[in-house]
Design a protein around this ligand. Structure first.
Ligand code: ADP
Ligand code: MG
Length: 255
């Protein structure tokens, strides 16, 4: 396989071993995966199957033990730490289950953080524009503790988008949310994807995966299935079929 320029992410026989004491854990055992620009792909698999490890390799958090990786057409398998952190900052948007916002910073300051670590110039308004894009234009000065879980995750998504990354990598992004807030996050991902954002979502929940157009299944560090989503859902329909939010929640939303 060559560096397919149509792929935002392409790996060839990626493997990752962890040394845990005297035991070597083969967390990834030869993963070859290509994700097209503008795709939304779900990665599923039981606990311990290597989903987070794969996301860390794709996100340039850590180097694979073996194999090749092209991100946005560039071979990033053998880069130095400095080059990797630059690529991570500019090309990758991370979204975590636990949001990972800094509690003392406002929403706008949290979203601005990636800009501070970057050499690439971005417009001054990039952070407020990203917050507007996730529907939080009226929450710029709120701290995480003053926001609902769903709103905190939207701040995290704005932070992931602020550098206009090549791909957004989300690890169980709805895992800490109630079902309605989780569905609203999946609606946001579907909207961003329709605007052309490439998204990989790791989940163990088929209902979450059904929002993607393709599902990659992992087991024991390998891809065991990779297919189009047969029974996909549109989050707008799912939300419309849900009972309305509790009145007190609604009041809080409008506050
Ligand atoms: P998943 O996200 O699918 O639950 P992980 O990628 O977290 O799976 O883990 C895959 C395997 O690698 C597991 O057996 C896990 O225990 C092991 N593993 C993950 N990270 C480390 C690490 N830093 N050191 C040692 N073993 C690890
Ligand atoms: Mg995991």
């Amino acid at each position: 396989m060559t560096a397919n320029t149509g792929s935002v992410v392409a790996t060839e026989a990626l493997s990752k071993d962890y040394l845990a004491g005297v035991v070597t854990v083969h967390a990834l055992r030869g993963v070859s995966l290509a994700v097209n620009r503008g795709e939304m792909v779900a990665i599923m698999g039981p606990s311990g199957s290597g989903k987070t490890t794969l996301l860390n390799m794709l996100g340039c958090v850590d180097l694979p033990t073996q194999g090749r990786y092209w991100l946005d057409g560039e071979d990033v398998s053998r880069l130095s730490d400095g080059a990797l952190s630059r690529i991570r900052n500019e090309k990758i948007g991370f979204v975590f289950q636990t949001f990972n916002l800094l509690p003392r910073l406002t929403a706008a300051e949290n979203v601005r953080l990636p800009l501070l670590y970057s050499h690439r110039r971005r417009p001054r308004e990039a952070a407020s524009q990203a917050l507007e894009r996730v529907g939080l234009a009226d929450r710029l000065q709120h701290r995480p503790s003053q926001l609902s879980g769903g709103q905190q995750q939207r701040v995290a998504i704005a932070r992931a988008l602020v550098m206009e990354p090549a791909v957004v990598l989300a690890d169980e992004p709805t895992g800490n949310l109630d079902s309605r807030s989780g569905e609203e996050i999946m609606l946001l991902f579907q909207e961003l994807n329709r605007e052309g954002v490439s998204i990989l979502v790791v989940t163990h929940d088929l209902q979450v995966a059904r929002h993607a157009s393709r599902v990659v299944r992992m087991r024991d560090g390998r891809v065991v299935a990779d297919e189009g989503m047969a029974d996909g859902v549109d989050a707008r329909d799912v939300l419309a079929a849900m009972p309305p939010p509790e009145p007190d929640e609604a009041a809080e939303e409008g506050a």
